[in-house]
Design a protein around this ligand. Structure first.
Ligand code: HEM
Length: 405
């Protein structure tokens, strides 16, 4: 299970496909779409893509109002949009389900992500993980915070919550990225899905017999209407959790650190007053969402913000655009931790609102506290060239070279 036995680097390939090489700033394009309306019809696709999508139209939801209206209404806007992509590689899971099935499965695991359960994970898992990572470079006076901290941190956390051995983590992380690469490389996605199934099935069976406090045990012993959850459904959840929890949190915390360190006055304001922590985290999420868009399928004729949407249309729900809506935020392109927090769309909204949002916020807080407590005078390395956030679908800085002490 070595991370070096495979020929292609899935992280590189995925970042490239997400526009991290060539898309530094999609926000002017999002603003131009908002100037045309809350929901705009996408231009027809090329021949090959049109063949795949059949006659269906595609709309792009870009204003805060349109995005929240669509996400709130899971009946008209189905998550079945993912069945042919994520559904194929992950198996049955809550991301691709609609009500009432979605709510029944979500309730099974919701408690494990509630604030009470998280207080225990914070003490027993998240603190030790962050300090172990910081220990590795704290004496050096220099580090690249992406590979050394923000990238591995949420992977160790979610794998710890699943009760998986540390030595399997690099492999497990690569497989998670293989899964979400399904749209750019279907065979890679399908192979990753099978490999994860082979790896996890014996673990599920063992935990069913000897359950512990971990999430695999919660799922393996879970029951719906008196019936134990079958392996396919347990696997579906597990194949969802790592990409959902790692890719997003790693990117959002790196972008937040970049936002704070690129404007030292804001970093110092937070260092002087940790009471600003919650609003710094919310502002970071609003300003640079790690995942700019999600998908829905319109299942009945409807109208949103004056645009008629026929049944069968695909909807790109641009949460990254909603978060920069000038009608809701003044100077929305600016990162400003003094901004009073308002609901943003980074965790989506409605029935599929992110299950891991409290975990993500807690991890980000623990990470920032560790930086503030342990790395005095933390600053971007002035010798580093052109550190910046990039990406169209997923966004974050690729590296964060820093000095401290
Ligand atoms: C900053 C970090 C995060 C962001 C921005 C984020 C964002 C999102 C978004 C936008 C959705 C809705 C997807 C859709 O409906 O199409 C979602 C759902 C979900 N997220 Fe997160 N997420 C984050 C962290 C996490 C973490 C740490 C976990 C758990 C380990 C997690 C688990 C999930 C799950 C299971 C769902 C599916 C919920 C459902 O369909 O009911 N997320 N997340």
């Amino acid at each position: 299970m070595s991370a070096t036995t495979e020929e292609v680097d899935p992280f590189e390939a995925f970042d490239k496909a997400m526009g991290m090489d060539d898309c530094r700033d999609p926000y002017p394009e999002f603003a131009a779409l908002r100037a045309r309306g809350g929901v705009v019809e996408a231009p027809p696709m090329g021949d090959a893509a049109a063949g795949m999508a059949g006659e269906a139209k595609t709309f792009i939801a870009v204003s805060y109002e349109a995005v929240s209206e669509i996400l709130r209404d899971g009946k008209t806007f189905s998550s079945g949009a993912y069945r042919e992509s994520m559904g194929v590689v992950m198996g049955p899971n809550i991301l691709v389900m609609d009500e009432p099935e979605h709510g029944r499965y979500r309730r099974l695991i919701q408690q494990a992500f509630g604030k009470k359960a998280l207080a225990v994970w914070e003490e027993e898992l998240v603190h030790p993980v962050i300090h172990r990572l910081v220990d590795a470079f704290a004496d050096r006076g220099t580090a690249d915070l992406v590979p050394e901290l923000t990238f591995p941190f949420p992977v160790y956390v979610i794998a710890g919550m699943l009760g998986l051995p540390d030595e399997d983590l690099p492999w497990f992380h690569r497989k998670a990225v293989d899964l979400i690469s399904v749209a750019i490389d279907p065979m890679r996605g399908i192979r990753g899905s099978q490999q994860l199934g082979e790896y996890l099935t014996p673990i599920i069976e063992e935990r069913r017999k000897n359950p512990g406090n971990d999430l695999i045990s919660v799922l393996a012993t879970g029951e719906l209407d008196g019936q134990a959850l079958d392996n396919d459904h347990v696997l579906g959840f597990l194949r969802l959790l790592l990409p959902a929890g790692a890719e997003t949190t790693a990117r959002s915390s790196a972008s937040l650190i970049f936002g704070l360190l690129s404007d030292r006055a804001q970093w110092e304001a937070l260092a002087d007053d940790r009471g600003l922590m919650i609003q710094a985290i919310e502002e970071g999420l609003r300003w640079e969402v790690p995942l700019t868009g999600i998908g829905r399928l319109c299942v009945e004729d409807t109208e949103v913000e004056g645009t008629k949407i026929p049944a069968g249309s695909h909807i790109q729900v641009l949460i990254g655009s909603a978060n920069r809506d000038e009608k809701r935020w003044d100077d929305a392109d600016r990162f400003d931790l003094h901004r009073p927090p308002r609901q943003h769309m980074s965790f989506a909204f409605g029935p599929h609102r992110c299950l891991g949002m409290h975990l993500a916020r807690m991890e980000t807080k623990v990470c920032l506290d560790a930086l503030l407590d342990r790395l005095p005078n933390l600053r971007l390395d002035p010798a580093a060239e052109d550190v910046h956030i990039s990406g169209r679908g997923f966004r974050s800085p690729r590296s964060l070279p820093v000095l401290f002490g």
